[in-house]
Design a protein around this ligand. Structure first.
Ligand code: ATP
Ligand code: MG
Length: 491
């Protein structure tokens, strides 16, 4: 173990937020050891701005609770941790861990329970990479380096502590973390990791809970280096484990959206991570729509069913929370509204809560060469910058062109939606209840058969979706969408 002078590592208390200093000071005052550890120390040493700070101590979770009282909440089962609120910030405080006494592992060696408290020199070996295992005591101005992490920082190398095979088996998510840190820090991956990072090894991710994988996917999407990590996900065979039906191919649309996401993060704009799921799943969604359309299902119903199908299948890998799923389906539904808006609804659409996300999505499609947008991305872009008079004239002009087009075309686009053509109000983008109990009970009354649920077809025939189809079985919580704020619509 070497003790480094913090100032020599580019660390100083002036670069630390008061929240982490408060946590370290309170624990020290109560007689415990306390350090800053993990990404906070690593990023500061690399001259980056840490997204958060984690603390570690010899106090057990219940002792931490005694120190912070109501400001502290103990969370986690597999890894018990304390969440301490300091001002408006939340600091994760972990207790030094020892190797599990009686290994609680799965058949593949994955650690299921790890709550044996230990000492600092037992704790560092439990961490993943050397560069994440530096302990910084800001008041003493010291960094404790147990594994020559400083050398790895200097030569920009990601090195797993211990045997890489064992470490991946213990926690397959470390494979995702390897790619995330390599992309984010622009570090090379040590050869001994590359040797074992095989397609067979990535299969272990199948054992990880889809909830945890969703969280990890979010970290990948929001780290600001999405564009760099995507090809790595494909090359290392992780893509197939994370995304059920998305072909492992970075299409111009995905590439553009990834770059756009990174740029937004760089300039401090908010992003909604579910937006990137909407991008990734767009192709499978369109294909599923075509499937339903080919079966004669009307367009609006085909889109609703396709959306549910695609998200249902993705949930086998990463469980997207319900509100985020609704967001994704709304962004997709917005595409057809924006592509072929009813003239009297144009203004209402432009102020709709989901307009911003839907429009960003449309423009990204258009700019990445998707001609099916028919230039409507640009149309909406210029529409938003017009004065009230100009808007009126533009709508008038659009209406004339639309009528001409509709007259010419024998096949009227999206005909079933024109039933409400006089309405100036926007129909709900996603009908939660329509797709569940209401539709089921309506169909029961209509058919009287009770055995099958029906999807509306153009010719009125049944689509053959059984009542025990998993889509229809999912419980849906009614959510007040107005309460859900999303990144892209915030100024
Ligand atoms: P960032 O917060 O920038 O994403 P981080 O390294 O701080 O990166 P966290 O998930 O916040 O990552 O974890 C804090 C620390 O806990 C890590 O630096 C590492 O030491 C340890 N850690 C986290 N996840 C694992 C894991 N799966 N296996 C071993 N150690 C881990
Ligand atoms: Mg962290």
């Amino acid at each position: 173990m070497q003790t480094l002078r913090a100032s020599k590592c580019g660390l100083s208390t002036s670069r630390l937020p008061s929240s982490i200093l408060d946590v370290i000071d309170s624990l020290t005052k109560a007689g415990y050891e306390a350090y800053i550890v993990g990404g906070g120390v690593r990023d500061l040493m690399l001259g980056l701005s840490p997204k958060d700070f984690d603390a570690v101590t010899d106090a057990t979770p219940s002792q931490i609770k005694e120190v912070f009282g109501r400001r502290c909440k103990i969370i986690g089962r597999r890894f018990e941790l304390a969440h301490v609120y300091s001002g408006r910030e939340l600091i994760e405080v972990a207790t030094f861990r020892a190797p599990p006494k009686k290994a609680v592992t799965s058949a593949t060696g994955m650690i299921l329970r790890d709550n044996n408290w230990g000492s600092i020199d037992q704790d560092f070996v439990r961490r993943d990479f050397s560069i994440n295992a530096m302990y910084y005591q800001p008041r003493k101005g010291q960094v404790l380096d147990f594994c020559n992490a400083m050398a790895d920082i200097q030569c920009k190398t990601l090195r797993l502590l211990g045997d890489p095979v064992l470490r991946f088996e213990e926690d397959p998510v470390r494979m995702l973390r390897t790619l995330r840190f390599a992309a984010k820090l622009n570090f090379s991956i040590a050869p001994e990791i590359l040797d074992v990072f095989t397609p067979e090894m990535t299969q272990l991710l199948r054992d990880v809970s889809p909830h945890r994988l969703y969280d990890e996917s979010q970290k990948l999407f929001t780290m600001g280096h999405l564009h760099q990590v995507l090809p790595m996900l494909i090359d290392f065979g992780i893509w197939k484990q994370l995304f059920a039906d998305i072909p492992p191919q970075i299409t111009p649309f995905i590439e553009r959206a990834a770059k756009n996401t990174d740029q937004r993060i760089q300039i401090g704009k908010t992003i909604n991570p579910a937006f990137f799921y909407a991008v990734l799943l767009w192709k499978p969604f369109l294909e599923r729509c075509d499937f339903y359309l080919s079966k004669g299902v009307v367009a609006v119903e085909a889109r609703a069913q396709a959306g549910m199908d695609v998200l249902k299948r993705q949930a086998t890998r990463t469980i997207i929370p319900r509100f985020a799923e609704t967001f994704v389906r709304e962004v997709w539904e917005m595409q057809s509204r924006l592509l072929n808006p009813k003239p009297q609804q144009i203004e209402a659409l432009s102020v709709h809560a989901r307009f911003r996300a839907g429009f960003d999505f449309l423009l990204l499609r258009e700019k990445s060469g998707d001609e099916t947008t028919q230039g409507m991305g640009e149309w909406w872009e210029s529409y938003q910058n017009l004065s009230a008079d100009e808007k009126e004239r533009t709508i008038h002009q659009y209406n004339r062109q639309r009528t001409r087009k509709r007259r010419k075309s024998a096949e009227v686009a999206e005909a079933p939606e024109s039933v409400v053509s006089d309405a100036t109000e926007i129909e709900p983008l996603v009908r939660e209840s329509e797709s569940r109990s209401n539709r089921r009970s309506r169909n029961r009354t209509q058919s009287g058969s009770g055995g099958r649920d029906r999807t509306v077809m153009k010719n009125g025939a049944e689509s053959g979706v059984d009542t025990d189809h998993p889509i229809l079985k999912r419980k849906r919580v009614q959510r007040d969408l107005a309460q859900v704020t999303f990144g892209p619509i915030q100024p």
